[in-house]
Design a protein around this ligand. Structure first.
Ligand SMILES: [Zn+2]
Length: 270
């Protein structure tokens, strides 16, 4: 069943990949080169809505699909559906230069491909879209669709991450806060567990306790991008109730609205 689902996700993704601008090995090499020398900041931070280049990154790849939900659906599919909607919403609100980024291949090399694509495309903002799980030790078992499956209903909510190593850390933090405030206005709550010892190596410093922005310095896609960069964990798919919400058009719309409203606010201030 798991295998079948990944095959389906793979098929969907390859159709999508054939119709999208796609990172090449050359771009990955540029990313590695820029990684060696450290990221050079992109030049300006003016915001002209039609020209402002937002790269909406679909977290993970069809081959390396990230977390598995409580009902055994791969994170990549959740990320793809939501990121596609966010991209469409931003374009419909005048951010015409917004681009959806889908990457293939294995996990680690795909991170450098993403950075390469964003830097080559002279992105102004890199927004990586993910869905959350929990450390393995917190997993419990249940039966779903006749198969032993894993879940944890202990935590729920979205969270935002930024890196101090990003050359536009202050702008990244400002953007993450704006998105967090808008998500809060949509009635959504953030995942507060990242400060807890139980999170082990996933434990993070909370930079904004009102709207759930955490610091994640070493993350490749946040630290190696030359543009401002924010990672959004849109919600937990290992939580059985929230997984259902993350599949609902209402939740998709709320998140996309929040991102678009935050971007409008950001650009109005420039
Ligand atoms: Zn992820």
């Amino acid at each position: 069943m798991r295998h079948l689902r990944s095959v389906i996700v793979g098929l969907v993704a390859s159709i999508v990949l054939s119709s999208l601008a796609f990172v090449t090995a050359g771009e990955a090499a540029i990313a590695r080169k820029s990684a060696r020398h450290g990221p050079k900041p992109s030049p300006s931070f003016k915001c002209e809505t039609p020209k402002f280049r937002i790269v909406v990154d679909v977290g993970h790849t069809p081959d390396s699909y990230g977390a598995l939900s409580a009902r055994n659906d791969p994170e990549f599919g959740f990320n793809f559906r939501l990121a596609r909607l966010i991209t469409a919403k931003l374009k419909s609100e005048g951010f015409a230069a917004t681009r959806l980024l889908v990457t293939d291949g294995k996990a680690r090399p795909s991170l450098f491909k993403r950075v390469g694509a964003a830097n080559e495309g002279r992105a102004d903002l890199f927004l990586s879209v993910h869905h959350d799980s929990v450390p393995d030790k917190l997993l419990e078992t249940w039966e779903f669709d006749g198969a032993k499956s894993y879940f944890s209903d202990r935590f729920s909510g979205h969270s935002l991450f930024v890196s101090r190593q990003n050359p536009h850390f202050a702008t990244s933090l400002m953007l993450a806060r704006m998105i967090g405030r808008q998500l809060k206005q949509q009635g959504l709550h953030y995942a507060s567990q990242y400060t807890l010892p139980v999170m082990g190596r996933y434990r993070r410093q909370l930079l904004d306790k009102d709207v759930g922005v955490y610091r994640y310095d070493s993350l490749v896609v946040l630290s190696r991008t030359r543009s401002a960069a924010v990672l959004l964990e849109a919600g937990s798919i290992i939580n059985r109730d929230e997984e259902m919400e993350m599949n609902s058009p209402e939740r998709h719309e709320a998140v996309a609205q929040a991102v678009a409203a935050a971007m409008r606010e950001f650009c109005e201030k420039r």
